[in-house]
Design a protein around this ligand. Structure first.
Ligand code: GDP
Length: 319
């Protein structure tokens, strides 16, 4: 394999966004529209990435120079906990098929997406990249985490054995346009937006918030993530994964209050202690990506207002 290109300029390149219908993939496609590259996408009907023959055939045909690997089976705390086989199988299959297929097709650069939930449950906060694999995982999302850890390791392995310029990034909890709005499968931001919107419409006095309200989470707008991923594709070429976040967190109670303000719902919050809290705190140390010259731009209040506007235009309107 030829020596990696550094920086990896996107102009004139064929860039495949795997998972372009998802929240992350669609944000990457929006962001790439500003680069002078050719964007490639493929639907699940044409290439089911869980099938090795289909994934490899697509890569051999499309011949991308670069791949953003955002295709994954994802979901909130309950979805993860109740569909362990799907979370493990789908994600392992997608990443092994795409990484191996990309290497065989001569892809010059690949960026794989991990997730902050794959750090140990009780990792020191804020979490640094070197905390990966230093302790037991959070049980509610261990299936997804194991699969994503395997994906990260694949990128490292292909770099070590074959010299492939495959990198991985570790985004924190995401929200924004393209999010999934259904109460059982959603992450906390869309779930609370949906609940607050419905409560405002019906005149309900309060909304239900799972758990105690005390866990702390960091939330990154997906358009900020897409911008970071393009920055990394161009500028980052190391074996170690790299965190992408805002470096700031809030409690779930604070988040719920902010969501109610963004939606204009003035009722109260009912905490349901029968639902799981999950990891007590999840905050990334973002000093490495900041040192590379990238910082998140969207504040949480502004980002939640943007997410609610997208919900009104795309989900509430369709319903
Ligand atoms: P996590 O970051 O992997 O735990 O994923 P989630 O986004 O699903 O949940 C984050 C936190 O928000 C957890 O402590 C949840 O219990 C809490 N939470 C509060 N209300 C809700 C809700 O309606 N839906 C979800 N998914 N989480 C909620």
């Amino acid at each position: 394999m030829s020596a990696p290109e550094r920086p990896f300029a996107l102009a004139g390149k064929r860039v495949w966004v795997a998972g372009h219908r998802g929240m992350v993939g669609s944000a990457v496609v929006r962001r790439l529209a500003r680069e002078k590259c050719e964007i490639l996408t493929v639907g699940r009907k044409e290439a089911d990435l869980r099938r090795q023959d289909q994934a490899e055939a697509w890569l051999a045909l499309a011949q991308p120079d670069a791949v953003f690997l955002g295709a994954a089976t994802v979901g909130g705390i309950l979805a993860n906990d109740s569909r362990p086989a799907e979370f493990l199988y789908d994600n392992l299959a997608i990443e092994t098929n795409v990484v191996q297929g990309a290497w065989k097709a001569g892809v010059k650069k690949l960026l794989f997406l991990g997730s902050s939930c794959i750090y140990p449950r009780l990792a020191p906060q804020p979490m640094k990249e070197e905390h990966l694999l230093t302790g037991p995982l959070e049980p509610t999302n261990q299936w997804y985490a194991i699969a994503k850890i395997a994906g990260l390791m694949m990128c490292q392995a292909y770099r070590r054995q074959y010299g492939a310029d495959f990198i991985s990034a570790m985004p924190t909890n995401l929200y924004g346009p393209g999010d999934t709005y259904d109460l059982r499968g959603s992450h906390v931001v869309p779930a609370l937006i949906l609940k607050a919107h419905v409560a405002k419409q019906s005149g309900a006095k309060s909304i239900e918030v799972w758990g105690s309200g005390s866990p702390r989470r960091e939330f990154l707008h997906v358009d900020d993530l897409a911008d970071a991923l393009v920055h990394l594709m161009v500028n980052y070429s190391e074996e170690q994964t790299i965190n992408v976040g805002t470096g700031q967190d809030v409690t779930i109670r604070e988040l719920a209050e902010k969501v109610c303000r963004a939606v204009g719902f003035q009722g109260g919050l009912d905490f349901d202690a029968s639902k799981p809290d999950g990891t007590p705190r999840k905050l990334l140390d973002v000093s490495r990506i900041n040192a590379l010259g990238w910082k998140a731009k969207t504040g949480l209040d502004q980002g939640l207002a943007d997410a609610y506007a997208w919900y009104l235009a795309h989900v509430a309107k369709a319903a």
